[in-house]
Design a protein around this ligand. Structure first.
Ligand SMILES: [Zn+2]
Length: 264
Protein backbone atom coordinates (compact mmCIF):
# COMPACT_ATOMS: atom_id res chain seq x y z
CA UNK A 1 0.00 0.00 0.00
CA UNK A 2 2.80 2.42 0.96
CA UNK A 3 4.60 1.52 -2.26
CA UNK A 4 1.43 2.30 -4.22
CA UNK A 5 1.07 5.71 -2.55
CA UNK A 6 4.72 6.50 -3.31
CA UNK A 7 4.24 5.54 -6.97
CA UNK A 8 1.13 7.77 -7.20
CA UNK A 9 2.99 10.73 -5.70
CA UNK A 10 6.03 10.21 -7.91
CA UNK A 11 3.71 10.05 -10.91
CA UNK A 12 2.52 13.57 -10.08
CA UNK A 13 6.12 14.74 -10.44
CA UNK A 14 6.20 13.40 -13.99
CA UNK A 15 2.83 14.79 -14.97
CA UNK A 16 3.56 18.23 -13.54
CA UNK A 17 7.09 18.39 -14.90
CA UNK A 18 6.05 17.41 -18.40
CA UNK A 19 2.96 19.58 -18.35
CA UNK A 20 4.94 22.59 -17.21
CA UNK A 21 7.79 22.07 -19.65
CA UNK A 22 6.00 24.02 -22.37
CA UNK A 23 4.20 26.54 -20.17
CA UNK A 24 5.22 30.15 -20.82
CA UNK A 25 4.44 32.80 -18.24
CA UNK A 26 5.53 36.41 -18.50
CA UNK A 27 6.76 37.94 -15.26
CA UNK A 28 8.57 41.19 -14.60
CA UNK A 29 11.86 40.81 -12.73
CA UNK A 30 13.93 41.95 -10.48
CA UNK A 31 17.47 42.41 -9.17
CA UNK A 32 20.52 40.30 -8.52
CA UNK A 33 21.93 39.66 -5.08
CA UNK A 34 25.39 38.19 -4.41
CA UNK A 35 26.31 37.31 -0.84
CA UNK A 36 29.52 35.61 0.28
CA UNK A 37 29.63 31.97 -0.72
CA UNK A 38 25.95 31.84 -1.62
CA UNK A 39 24.94 31.23 -5.22
CA UNK A 40 24.05 34.27 -7.33
CA UNK A 41 20.42 34.61 -6.37
CA UNK A 42 17.82 36.49 -8.35
CA UNK A 43 15.10 37.94 -6.15
CA UNK A 44 11.59 37.43 -7.45
CA UNK A 45 10.12 39.14 -4.40
CA UNK A 46 11.14 40.46 -1.03
CA UNK A 47 8.42 39.29 1.33
CA UNK A 48 8.69 37.59 4.70
CA UNK A 49 7.01 34.24 5.18
CA UNK A 50 6.05 32.51 8.41
CA UNK A 51 7.02 29.04 7.18
CA UNK A 52 8.60 27.03 4.38
CA UNK A 53 5.11 25.87 3.47
CA UNK A 54 3.75 29.40 3.18
CA UNK A 55 6.86 30.63 1.37
CA UNK A 56 6.77 28.00 -1.40
CA UNK A 57 3.02 27.84 -1.91
CA UNK A 58 2.89 31.66 -2.15
CA UNK A 59 5.26 31.73 -5.13
CA UNK A 60 2.83 30.11 -7.52
CA UNK A 61 -0.58 31.40 -8.65
CA UNK A 62 -1.93 27.99 -7.75
CA UNK A 63 -0.33 25.42 -5.47
CA UNK A 64 -0.49 21.66 -5.99
CA UNK A 65 -2.79 21.18 -3.01
CA UNK A 66 -2.64 19.22 0.23
CA UNK A 67 -4.37 16.01 -0.83
CA UNK A 68 -1.08 14.13 -0.34
CA UNK A 69 0.23 16.27 2.55
CA UNK A 70 1.93 19.63 2.98
CA UNK A 71 5.40 18.33 2.19
CA UNK A 72 4.24 16.86 -1.14
CA UNK A 73 2.40 20.09 -1.89
CA UNK A 74 5.67 22.01 -1.38
CA UNK A 75 7.61 19.52 -3.54
CA UNK A 76 5.16 19.66 -6.44
CA UNK A 77 4.63 23.42 -6.22
CA UNK A 78 8.43 23.82 -6.40
CA UNK A 79 8.27 22.11 -9.82
CA UNK A 80 5.63 24.61 -10.93
CA UNK A 81 7.83 27.53 -9.82
CA UNK A 82 10.81 26.04 -11.67
CA UNK A 83 8.80 25.59 -14.86
CA UNK A 84 7.42 29.10 -14.71
CA UNK A 85 10.79 30.83 -14.29
CA UNK A 86 12.62 28.42 -16.60
CA UNK A 87 10.37 29.62 -19.38
CA UNK A 88 11.03 33.24 -18.49
CA UNK A 89 14.81 32.97 -18.16
CA UNK A 90 15.46 30.83 -21.22
CA UNK A 91 15.12 34.03 -23.26
CA UNK A 92 18.17 35.45 -21.48
CA UNK A 93 20.16 32.30 -20.64
CA UNK A 94 19.23 29.94 -23.46
CA UNK A 95 18.54 26.39 -22.33
CA UNK A 96 18.56 26.61 -18.55
CA UNK A 97 16.90 25.52 -15.35
CA UNK A 98 15.65 27.47 -12.34
CA UNK A 99 15.56 26.43 -8.68
CA UNK A 100 13.51 28.10 -5.97
CA UNK A 101 15.60 28.59 -2.81
CA UNK A 102 13.11 30.20 -0.37
CA UNK A 103 12.83 33.87 0.69
CA UNK A 104 11.95 34.92 -2.85
CA UNK A 105 15.28 33.69 -4.26
CA UNK A 106 15.91 31.69 -7.39
CA UNK A 107 19.09 30.30 -8.91
CA UNK A 108 19.40 30.02 -12.69
CA UNK A 109 21.83 27.53 -14.23
CA UNK A 110 22.55 27.03 -17.90
CA UNK A 111 22.09 23.49 -19.11
CA UNK A 112 25.43 21.69 -19.59
CA UNK A 113 26.09 19.77 -22.80
CA UNK A 114 25.41 16.38 -21.27
CA UNK A 115 22.81 13.64 -21.23
CA UNK A 116 21.33 12.02 -18.15
CA UNK A 117 22.50 8.73 -19.67
CA UNK A 118 26.07 10.08 -19.29
CA UNK A 119 25.61 10.20 -15.51
CA UNK A 120 26.97 7.16 -13.71
CA UNK A 121 25.42 6.28 -10.39
CA UNK A 122 27.14 3.19 -8.94
CA UNK A 123 24.70 0.34 -8.55
CA UNK A 124 25.09 0.19 -4.78
CA UNK A 125 24.14 3.89 -4.51
CA UNK A 126 20.87 3.64 -6.41
CA UNK A 127 17.88 4.24 -4.18
CA UNK A 128 14.29 3.25 -4.91
CA UNK A 129 13.69 6.42 -6.95
CA UNK A 130 16.53 5.70 -9.39
CA UNK A 131 14.52 3.65 -11.84
CA UNK A 132 11.87 6.32 -12.30
CA UNK A 133 14.19 9.28 -12.77
CA UNK A 134 17.13 7.67 -14.56
CA UNK A 135 15.20 5.25 -16.78
CA UNK A 136 11.48 5.92 -17.16
CA UNK A 137 11.83 9.71 -17.34
CA UNK A 138 14.56 9.72 -19.98
CA UNK A 139 12.18 10.12 -22.89
CA UNK A 140 11.27 13.57 -21.50
CA UNK A 141 14.45 14.78 -19.87
CA UNK A 142 17.55 12.98 -21.16
CA UNK A 143 18.94 16.15 -22.77
CA UNK A 144 18.28 18.22 -19.61
CA UNK A 145 20.55 16.82 -16.87
CA UNK A 146 19.72 19.71 -14.53
CA UNK A 147 16.33 18.04 -14.24
CA UNK A 148 18.04 15.93 -11.57
CA UNK A 149 18.82 19.17 -9.66
CA UNK A 150 15.18 20.23 -10.09
CA UNK A 151 14.02 17.04 -8.36
CA UNK A 152 16.73 17.44 -5.72
CA UNK A 153 15.66 20.99 -4.96
CA UNK A 154 11.99 19.94 -4.76
CA UNK A 155 12.87 17.10 -2.36
CA UNK A 156 14.92 19.49 -0.21
CA UNK A 157 12.04 21.97 0.02
CA UNK A 158 9.63 19.14 0.87
CA UNK A 159 12.03 17.86 3.55
CA UNK A 160 12.52 21.37 5.00
CA UNK A 161 8.75 21.76 5.20
CA UNK A 162 8.30 18.36 6.89
CA UNK A 163 11.04 19.08 9.45
CA UNK A 164 9.72 22.54 10.23
CA UNK A 165 6.14 21.30 10.50
CA UNK A 166 7.30 18.56 12.86
CA UNK A 167 9.14 21.11 15.01
CA UNK A 168 6.00 23.26 15.18
CA UNK A 169 3.80 20.26 16.00
CA UNK A 170 1.87 20.54 12.75
CA UNK A 171 0.72 17.15 11.56
CA UNK A 172 2.84 15.87 8.71
CA UNK A 173 4.15 12.67 7.15
CA UNK A 174 5.12 9.84 9.44
CA UNK A 175 7.86 8.26 7.35
CA UNK A 176 10.29 8.85 4.53
CA UNK A 177 9.91 12.66 4.32
CA UNK A 178 13.65 13.38 4.10
CA UNK A 179 15.04 10.36 2.23
CA UNK A 180 14.56 12.00 -1.18
CA UNK A 181 16.76 14.97 -0.33
CA UNK A 182 19.56 12.56 0.62
CA UNK A 183 19.06 10.19 -2.33
CA UNK A 184 19.10 13.09 -4.79
CA UNK A 185 22.20 14.57 -3.15
CA UNK A 186 23.97 11.43 -4.36
CA UNK A 187 22.48 11.75 -7.84
CA UNK A 188 23.31 15.47 -8.05
CA UNK A 189 26.94 14.82 -7.09
CA UNK A 190 26.98 12.11 -9.79
CA UNK A 191 25.71 14.70 -12.31
CA UNK A 192 28.61 16.99 -11.31
CA UNK A 193 31.12 14.15 -11.73
CA UNK A 194 29.79 13.59 -15.25
CA UNK A 195 29.89 17.32 -16.07
CA UNK A 196 33.51 17.57 -14.92
CA UNK A 197 34.47 14.59 -17.06
CA UNK A 198 32.37 15.18 -20.17
CA UNK A 199 31.96 18.98 -20.25
CA UNK A 200 35.07 20.32 -18.46
CA UNK A 201 34.78 23.87 -19.90
CA UNK A 202 31.36 24.23 -18.31
CA UNK A 203 32.68 22.82 -15.03
CA UNK A 204 35.57 25.32 -14.96
CA UNK A 205 33.48 28.31 -15.94
CA UNK A 206 30.20 27.85 -14.05
CA UNK A 207 31.14 28.89 -10.52
CA UNK A 208 27.48 29.31 -9.74
CA UNK A 209 26.93 25.56 -10.14
CA UNK A 210 29.54 24.84 -7.46
CA UNK A 211 28.04 27.47 -5.15
CA UNK A 212 24.57 26.05 -5.75
CA UNK A 213 25.82 22.54 -4.98
CA UNK A 214 27.37 23.64 -1.67
CA UNK A 215 24.28 25.63 -0.76
CA UNK A 216 21.91 22.74 -1.46
CA UNK A 217 24.13 20.06 0.08
CA UNK A 218 24.13 22.13 3.26
CA UNK A 219 20.32 22.41 3.21
CA UNK A 220 19.86 18.71 2.42
CA UNK A 221 22.31 17.63 5.14
CA UNK A 222 20.58 19.82 7.72
CA UNK A 223 17.09 18.51 6.87
CA UNK A 224 18.38 14.93 6.76
CA UNK A 225 20.23 15.22 10.08
CA UNK A 226 17.09 16.34 11.91
CA UNK A 227 14.56 14.39 9.86
CA UNK A 228 16.14 10.96 9.49
CA UNK A 229 15.20 9.93 13.03
CA UNK A 230 11.76 11.54 12.86
CA UNK A 231 10.76 10.20 9.44
CA UNK A 232 12.35 6.81 9.71
CA UNK A 233 12.99 4.65 6.67
CA UNK A 234 15.10 1.47 6.56
CA UNK A 235 15.97 2.21 2.93
CA UNK A 236 17.44 5.62 3.74
CA UNK A 237 19.59 4.11 6.51
CA UNK A 238 20.82 1.41 4.13
CA UNK A 239 21.65 3.97 1.42
CA UNK A 240 23.39 6.24 3.91
CA UNK A 241 25.58 3.38 5.16
CA UNK A 242 26.52 2.46 1.60
CA UNK A 243 27.31 6.07 0.75
CA UNK A 244 29.68 6.34 3.69
CA UNK A 245 31.67 3.45 2.24
CA UNK A 246 31.80 4.71 -1.37
CA UNK A 247 35.20 6.37 -1.53
CA UNK A 248 35.03 7.64 -5.10
CA UNK A 249 31.89 9.68 -4.65
CA UNK A 250 32.77 10.68 -1.10
CA UNK A 251 36.19 11.95 -2.19
CA UNK A 252 34.68 13.95 -5.04
CA UNK A 253 32.19 15.57 -2.70
CA UNK A 254 34.83 16.35 -0.08
CA UNK A 255 37.25 17.79 -2.63
CA UNK A 256 34.79 19.87 -4.65
CA UNK A 257 32.17 20.90 -2.11
CA UNK A 258 33.29 20.04 1.44
CA UNK A 259 31.98 17.66 4.06
CA UNK A 260 28.25 17.07 4.35
CA UNK A 261 26.09 14.34 5.95
CA UNK A 262 28.84 13.57 8.46
CA UNK A 263 30.52 11.19 6.03
CA UNK A 264 34.23 11.37 6.85
ZN1 LIG B 1 9.30 15.75 -8.18
Amino acid sequence: MIKLIIIIILSFCIILSVKNKSQVVEQPIVKKEIKNEDPDFILINNKNYASVYEDVTSQSEKSFGNAHGRSTNVHETAHMISAKYRNIYKKEYGKCNVFYCLKGRIVVLKEPNLLITDVIVPENLRGYRYDLYFRKQLKYWNDSPTYIFDEWNAYILGAECAVEDHQKNIYTEKTDAVSGCFEFSIYSVAVCMAIKEKHPEYWEKEENLKKFMKFNLKRAAKAFKIGKDVFKSPKQTELYNKFKKDNKMKDFMLKEFGEFFNIK
